[in-house]
Design a protein around this ligand. Sequence first.
Ligand SMILES: Nc1nc2c(ncn2[C@@H]2O[C@H](COP(=O)(O)OP(=O)(O)OP(=O)(O)O)[C@@H](O)[C@H]2O)c(=O)[nH]1
Ligand SMILES: [Mg+2]
Length: 425
Amino acid sequence: MAKEKPNMNVVFVGHVDAGKSTIVGRMLFDTGAVPEQEMKKLRDEAEKHGKAGFEFAYVMDKIKEERERGVTIDLAYKKIVTQKFEITIIDAPGHRDFVKNMITGASQADAAFLVIAAPAGVQPQTTEHLWLLRTMGVKNICVAVNKMDAVEYSEDKFKKVQEDVDKLLTQVGIKPSAYIACSGLKGDNIAKKTDKMAWYKGPTVLEQFDQFPVPELPTNLPMRMPVQDVYEITGIGTVPVGKIETGIMKVGQKVKVLPGRTGEGISGEVKTIEAHHEQLPEGLAGDNVGINIRGVGKKDIARGDVICDASQPIPIVEEFVAQIAVINHPTVLAKGYTPVFHIHTAQVPCQFIELIEQIDPKTGQVIKKNPDFLKNGDVAKVRIKPQGHLCLETQKDNPFTSRFAVRDAGATVAAGVCVEITKKK
Ligand SMILES: Nc1nc2c(ncn2[C@@H]2O[C@H](COP(=O)(O)OP(=O)(O)OP(=O)(O)O)[C@@H](O)[C@H]2O)c(=O)[nH]1
Ligand SMILES: [Mg+2]
């Protein structure tokens, strides 16, 4: 059956407890995707855990620990069809312990809602998530000022939050699509227009989906499928699964798994492509698929490998130059520092071998050559050496395989994008 509407992935991000899951749950309820009966069950369960008010969040938070603690831990996905799109909503966690999952969500998104609780205003993960969105290349951002019911639906309060966020967005270099005044808990301006804020003239959250531009499918770039997981399935064999980030994969295509077990790549041929339990002749950029490759066994391939078109393989890098933003380092970042880099689905320790120049994030001008160190909020060009085999491309060649997050001791220290590579011989 031919697809009628384009797909779009929309991630909900923001500080812990801002009400991301509640907004999504409320939207699914108000559009009829979650029946009244089901909602009642969730309400009872929330009360049982002493978490009254979390019933809408429970639509998205399904793990036992999530429900007991009242926090989102892992990403949750839900489909919704609007006038213009088939949308996959990605509900990300706000808690700083789970930023890793948020980064994965951001890396899959075409557009984002940055959710801010009106009573709390801008919080640490508001800023952190914003930098991460930018670094992951998510430019279409809408700000949802939530919990308006808790500030008497005050226009002044809304304007104050808007002012603060505007400053932040200017720093980051993003112009938001809209600011929405809403309440997930009460259902104001989520799927239905409220009558409590006559001063608000903007869209509802649901209407905003259709205001985002149609995402361009990067099918014209070389085929890249970062491996998310590898399964052994009886009767089929080794099945790597993941999202085709760019290009087109076809049955019969010659592919290379990089770096693969050897670090030099393993060659094979695509035997089957499957999505949603259906065999497909081809998979396109944006599709989540499970595949079987002739010539590639369980020992050859692992999470973090990239399956590529054999004629246009992804480079394995000796060194690279990147532009980074320091988000959250406990002290200062200096030459020699060796944290873990999260790039597509790979995690590789890498060393900062040169701090080339510090850049003013507002103007792009060089402020200082060869700075001795970098601190939170600094943007810089740096040279990096992977301590293992790492597949990476420049932003110019392929934005989807050029972005990374730098993590250390449970925090996202920095985020960045590769601008220059030196290939491994
Ligand atoms: N008053 C009020 N409370 C809200 C609203 N939306 C959410 N809450 C409450 O805020 C708390 C957190 O809601 P969640 O939806 O879990 O927040 P979250 O942003 O998904 O949190 P994490 O995923 O853990 O980062 C719950 O107690 C909700 O009832 C709202 O519009 N108004
Ligand atoms: Mg949540």
